[in-house]
Design a protein around this ligand. Structure first.
Ligand SMILES: *Cc1c(COP(=O)(O)O)cnc(C)c1O
Length: 229
């Protein structure tokens, strides 16, 4: 087995154990392998080990990889900050966007999504770490943004996403993830049909799954440490 295959299996086992501890089915949790900074060869290796969904956070870097790997049946998730001038590239190459935090970006993604393609699956990113983080709408801000996205026919709102600041203890990790779950439940009570809580990474996926994550985004635990640029 290759290193990546072994690491993938270890991550799948962590997900299964956490699901079991939460009284949930492991199959109800999607694993997105975060391949940012790693070359197409490593992605192909992960695909050979049974992984189909990959996460990227940089439009230009990812399009080169997506184009090179177009012969494989991969699903691409955009998880990074979105510059307005990159919305067309993202809407053309990705199936999912997890990091929508502005109405203007949602409108541009909608305009750029081609008719022949299924609607773009999107999540609203929420800042659940208060002043420690700049990314995401402040809790409460997701209501207005969800209404705006619901009016855009080329986008399909699937749920909420968060990247909490690293927290030393599982109690604090869980409180942040619980907040995201509660915000999703409030949106559901307003009539939004949502099936996705995108939360949990290499260091905190157990806490996220205990609080209801339906999709975890895991990089380091699968591909190894990223080089800092
Ligand atoms: C890089 C990244 C991840 C993966 O983080 P790891 O700690 O390497 O698992 C997950 N989500 C987002 C949004 C990221 O940018």
């Amino acid at each position: 087995m290759t290193t990546i295959a072994a690491k993938l299996q270890a991550v799948r086992e962590r997900i299964a154990r956490a699901a079991e501890a939460a009284g949930r089915r492991p199959d109800d949790i999607v694993l997105v392998a975060v391949s940012k900074t790693f070359p197409a060869e490593r992605i192909a290796e992960a695909h050979a080990a049974g992984q189909n969904a990959f996460g990227e956070n940089h439009a230009q870097e990812s399009v080169e990889k997506i184009t090179r790997l177009a012969h494989l049946p991969l699903e691409w998730h955009f998880i990074g900050p979105i510059q307005s001038n990159k919305t067309r590239t993202i809407a053309e190459h990705f199936q999912w966007v997890h990091s929508v935090e502005r109405g203007k970006v949602a409108v541009r993604l909608n305009e750029a999504r081609r008719e022949g393609l299924p609607p773009l699956d999107v999540c609203i990113q929420v800042n659940v770490s208060g002043k420690h983080s700049k990314s995401g709408v402040a809790p409460g801000g997701e209501v207005e943004l969800a209404e705006a996205i619901a009016r855009l026919p080329r986008l399909k709102l699937r749920g909420l996403m968060a990247i909490p600041e690293p927290a030393p203890d599982i109690g604090l990790q869980r409180r942040r993830f619980a907040l995201l779950r509660e915000l999703k439940e409030k949106l559901a009570a307003r009539g939004h049909v949502l099936d996705t809580l995108s939360m949990g990474m290499s260091d905190d996926l157990e806490a996220a799954i205990l609080e209801g994550a339906t999709l975890v985004r895991v990089g380091t635990a699968i591909f190894g440490q990223r080089k800092k640029n």
